[in-house]
Design a protein around this ligand. Structure first.
Ligand SMILES: Cc1cc2nc3c(=O)[nH]c(=O)nc-3n(C[C@H](O)[C@H](O)[C@H](O)COP(=O)(O)OP(=O)(O)OC[C@H]3O[C@@H](n4cnc5c(N)ncnc54)[C@H](O)[C@@H]3O)c2cc1C
Length: 410
């Protein structure tokens, strides 16, 4: 059923995970849904929602069991994120954003640093922020200008400016990706570090106003001659890009799950409205044009649901192509969500345009999913290149064999 994810043939969670999902569904019905409009009213960090998600062990799903997390499957995380996003983008993005900002620590920190940080990150006692983007480098990470060099005291000294950093104003630490001064060009020159917020030389700008995605504010962060301890390097020197890619892969599946949940939520609202609102002697939904709109949205959502779940299953299975499937799911789900929220808002007429109904905030929030963690255009480029590369690798089917002479000379 397009308006309900459960039961879905692709989702077969073990009992412990099914129990947590059921708990999330109750929280959505009893607390997160009823509170969503208030949370989205102004762009201040949604502490109440974050504390609730932490206390319920939902924040902890991204962290290893050894340090207090529950190390959930990607499939469970997708289902949780989808449920939250159906009513509240903020709640969903608190879950995806915790993963984005902590994953390099989970994947790259030394055992000692993990022991020091992960328990608190999993319980929500402390937070990190992921600082990759800069004023001059977003999609094109090769242009990163933040620099690090040996400090002469066994660690490093870091300089640079990071832009659009979610949670910067509440984070206790930053995961910073920077380029080695006079180091190798390209990805090999990038390394990632944990930088405590209270380190000398770190300064955070006031919150930067934005269109939507309220409850998780962004700010600029400056690092001026910041001394970074040797033990705060994540992975090895030169592994910054690999850690960022691993992080972004998970975050892209998260964006796709948010988009899926929001699109489903929007269709629910529109379908209920169309069933009740009377125009010209009948319900809006009695008009064939509206039924066709609803039918197309329902079909596209269900196809997207299968895509997003299968991408999560590929990730959980360690599929080597999970990354390209994450790009496909992110691009497709977020572009579809944008279209669906606009169409659903239209279906509510003037009411859709009012702040009293959630569709106006769904519309503002949907735009962000098409931009963060690789814009739709960037994913199209990645997917297009992959299609061309793999087409060249495939054995040619005999009936498609063409002599190059025919292409070149007609
Ligand atoms: C609300 C919000 C929160 C964010 N949170 C974080 C965070 O916590 N940490 C962090 O590091 N970053 C964060 N970001 C940054 C985000 O990841 C970048 O904005 C995003 O990657 C795009 O980069 P850019 O804004 O520099 O756009 P640009 O790279 O300048 O792109 C401009 C335009 O060019 C297009 N384009 C780029 N390359 C190509 C191409 N090859 N082909 C065709 N078109 C192309 C883009 O699609 C876009 O339309 C956040 C951004 C927002 C808006």
């Amino acid at each position: 059923m397009p308006l309900h994810a459960d039961p879905h043939p692709l989702v077969n969670l073990p009992p412990e995970e099914a129990k947590l999902l059921a708990r999330v569904q109750s929280l959505v019905a009893e607390k997160i849904g009823p509170d969503a409009e208030r949370v989205a009213r102004e762009d201040v960090f949604a502490w109440d929602t974050f504390r609730l998600l932490s206390a319920e062990g939902i924040v902890g799903t991204a962290f290893p069991r050894a340090y207090g997390g529950s190390e959930a499957s990607m499939l469970l995380r997708v289902r949780i994120i989808e449920e939250l996003a159906g009513v509240c983008s903020t709640a969903a993005s608190l879950i995806t954003g915790t993963d984005l900002s902590s994953r390099p620590i989970v994947a790259g920190a030394s055992e000692a640093l993990q022991r020091e940080l992960i328990g608190d990150l999993a319980s929500g006692a402390r937070q990190s922020a992921f600082a990759l983007t800069e004023p001059g480098a977003g999609s094109d990470v090769a242009r990163l200008a933040a620099r690090y060099a040996p400090s002469g005291k066994g660690g490093w000294v870091l300089n640079g400016r990071k832009k659009f950093i979610t949670r910067a104003n509440v984070a206790d630490m930053f995961v910073v990706v920077a380029r080695q001064e006079d180091g190798p060009a390209g990805a090999k020159g990038l390394s990632a570090f944990v930088v405590p917020r209270d380190a000398k030389g770190v300064s955070v700008s006031p919150v930067i106003p934005k269109l939507g995605w309220y409850g998780v504010p962004i700010a600029m962060v400056d690092f001026e001659n910041v001394q970074v301890q040797a033990g705060h390097l994540l992975g090895q020197e030169g592994q910054g890009m690999a850690l960022a890619q691993d992080t972004l892969l998970r975050a892209r599946i998260g964006h796709a799950a948010i988009a899926l949940g929001r699109a489903t939520g929007a269709l629910r609202i529109a379908a209920q409205y169309a069933g009740q609102r009377q125009v010209f002697g009948q319900a809006v939904g009695e008009h064939q044009g509206i039924q066709w709109m609803l039918a197309e949205m329902a079909a596209q959502i269900e196809a997207t649901r299968c895509l997003v779940y299968s991408t999560a299953l590929r990730y959980d299975a360690g599929d080597k192509d999970a990354s390209i499937h994450a790009s496909i799911a992110k691009m497709h789900a977020t572009d579809l969500c944008m279209k669906i929220v606009v169409d659903c808002l239209q279906l509510l007429g003037g009411n859709g345009y009012l702040k009293a109904f959630p569709l106006e905030r769904f519309m503002r929030d949907a735009k962000m999913n098409q931009i963060g963690e690789g814009t739709s255009e960037v994913h199209k480029t990645l997917i297009g290149r992959h299609v061309l590369r793999t087409a060249g690798e495939m054995a040619q089917h005999p009936c498609l064999a063409m002599e190059p002479d025919l292409w070149c000379h007609g």
